[in-house]
Design a protein around this ligand. Structure first.
Ligand code: PMP
Length: 407
C-alpha cells in the first residue's frame, strides 16, 4: 500500500533479524502469535527492573507504581476497543480463558435444558469446546451454524436457527483458518432481535481491524494480547456492564471479594470480581506497550498492505499446479490457506522450515471446518504488518522447491 513501509517496521522487531536453518527468517505464522517490538520487550523488562510489586495491596511505593501502571494498561486497552468504561475490561490469560469465564459464569447460571448455543462451523476449538462442556453440565445444546464453500457464515441459515431456544450466539470476528471477516455487527443485531446474547471471539481481529465493542453492540468480546504484538499470558474479556454485574464470579480467591466470613462472602466490584489471585501485571503492561506501539502506525495502511500480500499470494498460487486455496471469503484479513495435491501439509511445512520459512500446518484448532472441506488440514501463511512482498516471493519459491523434491 502506498506510503506504508514494512521495512521500517521490521527494524522494531529484533526476532526477525535472524537466520533460521541457514536462511533469513521469513515469519508467516502471525495468526498463531505475533512477534514483539523492542518497545514491548523494554516495557516488560523495565517493569521487572524498577516497579515489580503486587497490585492493589500496597501500602508502599512500588506497589503504588505497579498498581498505577497496571490500571493505566487497562485504560489503554479499554480505549483501544472503545469500551465505555475501563472496568468492563477484565484481565484473563487469553481468548480461551475469556470464553471459559463466560461459559462457566454466565452459562452455568443462565442455561437450562433445551436452551441452545449457536456457534459457527468456522470457530476455533476454544469457541466450541467450552460451550460443549457447559452444555453437558446444564442440559443445553450446541448447534452449529453452516458456512459456505467460500468460508462465510450463512446468514440465512443463522436467521432460520434463531428461535426462542437460542440463548447465545458465539462467533469469531475473524476466522483464524481462512481469514474471513464476519459481519459481527449484523450478527449481533440478528441475535439480539431474537433475544440471544452474543459472544465475539476477537482473537484474530484485534491486530488487523479497528475494534469498537460499543458499535458492534455485542455482550462479550474476547482477545489475546500475544496476537496483538503483546506478550503471552495476558488477554481480555470485555463485557457489557449490566451483563457482567449480573454474573456470578467464576474463580474465587484473593482480590475478587469484598468481605469473607464463614457465614458467606461478598464480591468486589467490576472488574475485580472476575480477577481472583495475582494477575499477570507485567503482561498487562506489555500489552499496553503494544497498543501504544501500534497507535503510532497507520493501521488502515497496514491492513491494506496485508491484503496486498494476500493478493500477491493468490496470484502466485494460481501459477502453481495442484495448489488449491481453501476458502475465498469476500471480506478477509491477510490469511492464505492452501493445500497441494499429493503433498501432506506437515511435509510441506517441514520443507519450508528448512528454508527458514515459518508457516502453520494442520487443522488450526478448527477440526469441524476442516471436515467441512474434507481435509486433514491446510498450510497457512498469515501476514502481519512487518511482512514484505519479498517474504511472499520466498514462500512461493519455497513451495516450488518443495514440489520439485516431492517429484
Ligand atoms: N480464537 C481464535 C480465532 C484463535 O485464532 C485463537 C488462537 N489461535 C484463539 C481463539 C485462542 O487464543 P489463545 O490460545 O491465545 O487463548
Amino acid at each position: 500500500a502506498a506510503g506504508f513501509d514494512p521495512e521500517r517496521i521490521r527494524r522494531d522487531f529484533p526476532i526477525l533479524q535472524q537466520e533460521v536453518n541457514g536462511h533469513p527468517l521469513v515469519y508467516l505464522d502471525n495468526a498463531a502469535t505475533t512477534q514483539k517490538p523492542e518497545q514491548v520487550i523494554d516495557a516488560i523488562s523495565h517493569y521487572y527492573r524498577h516497579d515489580n510489586a503486587n497490585v492493589h495491596r500496597g501500602a508502599h511505593t512500588l506497589s503504588d507504581r505497579s498498581t498505577l501502571a497496571f490500571e493505566q494498561a487497562r485504560e489503554t486497552t479499554a480505549r483501544y476497543i472503545n469500551s465505555p468504561k475501563s472496568s468492563q475490561v477484565i484481565w484473563v490469560r487469553g481468548a480461551t480463558e475469556a470464553i471459559n469465564v463466560v461459559a462457566n459464569s454466565w452459562g452455568r447460571s443462565q442455561l437450562k435444558p433445551g436452551d441452545r448455543i449457536l456457534v459457527s462451523w468456522l470457530e476455533h476449538h476454544s469457541n466450541i469446546v467450552p460451550w460443549q462442556l457447559i452444555a453437558a453440565a446444564t442440559g443445553a445444546e450446541v448447534v452449529p451454524v453452516p458456512v459456505s464453500g467460500a468460508g462465510e457464515i450463512d446468514l440465512a441459515a443463522l436467521a432460520e436457527l434463531l428461535d426462542e431456544r437460542v440463548k447465545l450466539v458465539a462467533i469469531n470476528h475473524v476466522s483464524n483458518a481462512l481469514g474471513t471477516i464476519n459481519p459481527v455487527t449484523e450478527i449481533t443485531r440478528m441475535a439480539h432481535a431474537a433475544g440471544a446474547r452474543v459472544m465475539i471471539d476477537g482473537a484474530q481481529a484485534v491486530a488487523h481491524l479497528p475494534v469498537d465493542v460499543a458499535a458492534i453492540g455485542c455482550d462479550f468480546y474476547a482477545f489475546s494480547g500475544h496476537k496483538l504484538f503483546g506478550p503471552t499470558g495476558i488477554g481480555v474479556l470485555w463485557g457489557k456492564e449490566d451483563v457482567l454485574e449480573a454474573m456470578p464470579p467464576f474463580l474465587g480467591g484473593g482480590e475478587m471479594i469484598d468481605t469473607v466470613s464463614f457465614s458467606g462472602s461478598t464480591w468486589n466490584t467490576l472488574p475485580f470480581k472476575f480477577e481472583a489471585g495475582t494477575p499477570d501485571i507485567a503482561g498487562a503492561i506489555g500489552l499496553a506497550a503494544a497498543i501504544d506501539y501500534i497507535s503510532g502506525i497507520d493501521m488502515a495502511a497496514a491492513a491494506a498492505h496485508e491484503l496486498d500480500l494476500l493478493q500477491q499470494s493468490i496470484e502466485l498460487g494460481a501459477g502453481i499446479e495442484g495448489l488449491k486455496r481453501i476458502g475465498s471469503p469476500a471480506q478477509s484479513v491477510g490469511i492464505y490457506s492452501f493445500m497441494i495435491d499429493g503433498v501432506h501439509p506437515s511435509d510441506l511445512g517441514m520443507l519450508l522450515d528448512q528454508q527458514g520459512i515459518a508457516v502453520r500446518t494442520g487443522h488450526h484448532c478448527t477440526q469441524p471446518l476442516m471436515s467441512h472441506y474434507g481435509l486433514p488440514g491446510t498450510v497457512r501463511a498469515s501476514y502481519s504488518l512487518y511482512n514484505t512482498a519479498a517474504d511472499v516471493e520466498q514462500l512461493f519459491a519455497g513451495i516450488r522447491k518443495a514440489k520439485r523434491l516431492f517429484g
